[in-house]
Design a binder for this molecule. Structure first.
Ligand code: FES
Length: 580
């Protein structure tokens, strides 16, 4: 009755047995229970493929999860495996108070422990909305079981009075117009119905799309699997293929550490820079790499950025939407342009190298979304890494979505102590602010808010917006949505809440930003900065109980991925990128 584990092959239902001191009895008991669902011994002898079900009424970005699970199961059964779907935490950006980032590590722990606890020879990770894919890759990387990522795919674009619109770059644009009294209540209400035209993830190169593209470049996804929109036949076919590959991976024992190597992470960083990807991509990739034992060296990332042009013309850096990127050939077409810069021998979920996958990719054709390498939409990578006395660790700016005339700028700081202070004063006609000032927002870092919310997209003060001001230099220790743009400095490290230099900036101080020199300076002497720090006497925030206590006591800074310190392995394999 009890099947012996085959040496070197899958373990199926014999994996991770509860220990009663009698292995045969443990197997007997487990099979008795699962047979309550009507399974036969023949079904239970197959490789078991887990499928994370992150469908939720609170998560329309995963609204197609039932159809994807059905297609994944079909692929698994066709390849000789047994599919077993199971629920995990699901996170949507708009339904995760205080912020989705606060829950990312919890989802990664949930994913890791359920992969570990339940018998499965491989797992299909179905995610999509911003924090879900990094959480799943982090969890799977730590669990060490063969894993393959499937994303839900992007939503369709809508149409408002003859203009094509999509979440959420256009959400911000229309809201900015409303704040500036350029459109009325009726129009802002009308466009609200059009911005999210179907289930699926945001239709621009926001964090979800960025993470989908990075995952394909990492080799953790079906080749060509990042870009098919959520409601298309292509997306369902990717799901079926994902299921079949999961069975193949289970049989081969192809674990995440064999795929997510330093070469794979470098390929992913190239793609992040070339797509003008979300600044959140840096934090998430750092967290995933951390689970595999790699540090991300941001100075080397910046050097990489200087030689990697932005080639994909998508909002917010460019013009188009994800469905256009897919029709233009998707990530394989981009990788063809980047080929000389890639590690082609990196392994992928198919058991073939990236180079082999590229060799078999569809031929190039004329299109306008993915530029040739020598005709970029921006000559350097989308993200620049800054340092200086205001950001001794680092800070970043999405230079491809910033205003050219503000990238070399010195101005007077107008300081908000926290998000509440900003909300209370930002729209006041009494706010002392001019277009040349630099807006500074403190205490929205990993421990400050907590959870490093996407409040770094500081709005233009209403009195200036009404005068037609569209952009200003803005600085914070928080993040911003990948769908946003502007001359916005983010991830200032160390954050204000643990006593970084940002904590001592006062209204009236002068700050200099130079993207060319990669510097961010508070124009004060070291003695003055140290004396202000001593006067503040800041203590790291904590909480009395529960997940908030775990979070505040354990969360790392942005340069370590905002992961929990106890989830990052102590033994290190090295730094990436390996070369600048
Ligand atoms: Fe889910 Fe944008 S809100 S991807």
């Amino acid at each position: 009755m009890t099947k012996k584990i085959q040496a070197g092959a899958y373990q199926g239902f014999n994996k991770g047995l509860t220990n009663y001191g009698d292995t045969g009895f443990s197997t007997f008991l487990r099979k008795a229970f699962i047979k309550g669902a009507g399974y036969t011994d023949e079904a239970l002898d197959r490789p078991i493929i887990g499928i994370t079900n992150t469908g939720s009424s609170y998560n329309p970005c995963h609204g197609n999860a039932p159809q994807l699970i059905e297609a994944v199961k079909r692929g698994i059964l066709m390849a000789g495996g047994l599919p077993m779907d199971f629920p995990t935490i699901s996170i949507h950006e708009s339904f995760s108070f205080p912020t989705s980032m606060y829950l990312r590590n919890l989802m990664s722990m949930d994913t890791e422990e359920l992969i570990r606890a339940q018998p499965m020879d491989a797992v299909v990770l179905i995610g999509g909305c911003d924090k879900t894919v990094p959480a799943q890759l982090m969890g799977a990387g730590s669990a060490g079981v063969p894993a393959i990522q499937l994303v839900t795919g992007s939503m369709l674009t809508g149409s408002h009075r003859g203009t094509r619109v999509g979440a959420c770059t256009d959400c911000r644009r229309y809201w900015g117009n409303f704040r500036a009294n350029e459109i009325d209540e009726q129009e802002i209400s009308d466009v609200n119905n059009q911005l999210v035209a179907s289930v699926g993830t945001c239709s621009v190169m926001g964090t979800a799309s960025t993470m989908a593209c990075l995952t394909e470049a990492l080799g953790m996804m079906v080749f060509g699997g990042a870009t098919p929109p959520a409601v298309t036949a292509d997306r369902i076919r990717v799901a079926e293929r994902t299921g079949a590959l999961a069975v193949q991976m289970a049989k081969a024992g192809l674990t995440p550490d064999q795929i997510m190597t330093e070469k794979a992470f470098e390929n992913a960083l190239r793609v992040l820079l070339a797509i003008g990807g979300s600044t959140n991509g840096i934090v998430h990739l750092t967290a995933v790499a951390g689970r595999l034992g790699f540090n991300v060296d941001l100075k080397r990332v910046d050097a990489m950025s200087r030689e990697t042009p932005v080639l994909v013309d998508l909002k917010p850096s460019g013009q188009h939407y994800m469905e256009d990127f897919h029709k233009a050939g998707g990530v394989p077409a981009l990788l063809r342009e980047l080929r000389p810069l890639l590690h082609l021998d990196a392994m992928t979920v198919s058991g073939r190298t990236l180079g082999q996958e590229l060799d078999d990719a569809a031929p190039a054709f004329k299109q306008e979304v993915i530029r040739p390498f020598d005709q970029p939409i921006y000559p350097q990578g989308g993200i620049a890494v800054l340092q200086g006395n205001l950001a001794p660790g680092f800070a970043i700016i999405k230079q491809s979505a910033a205003a050219a005339n503000l990238m070399e700028h010195e101005g007077r700081a107008v300081v908000f102590e926290n998000a509440e202070d900003m909300a209370n004063r930002m729209d006041s006609d009494d706010l002392d602010v001019s277009p040349d000032d630099i807006l500074v927002l403190k205490n929205i870092g990993p421990t400050g808010a907590p959870g490093m919310p996407e409040a770094g997209y500081i709005p233009i003060p209403k009195k200036l917006a009404r005068q037609g001001v569209k952009d200003m230099v803005r600085i914070s220790d928080g993040r911003m949505s990948g769908t946003a743009g502007g001359t916005i400095v983010l991830h200032v490290t160390p954050e204000a809440a643990i006593g970084g230099t940002l904590a001592v900036v006062q209204t009236g101080d002068r700050i200099r930003l130079s993207v060319k020199e990669r510097s961010l300076e508070l124009l004060l002497g070291d003695d003055e900065i140290e004396s202000r720090k001593r006067a503040l006497d800041i203590k790291r925030p904590s909480a009395e109980r529960g997940y908030k206590k775990l979070f505040l006591d354990s969360v790392t800074q942005a340069d370590q991925g905002v992961d929990f310190d106890f989830l990052i392995p102590e033994s290190k394999k090295g730094s990436i990128p390996t070369q600048s």
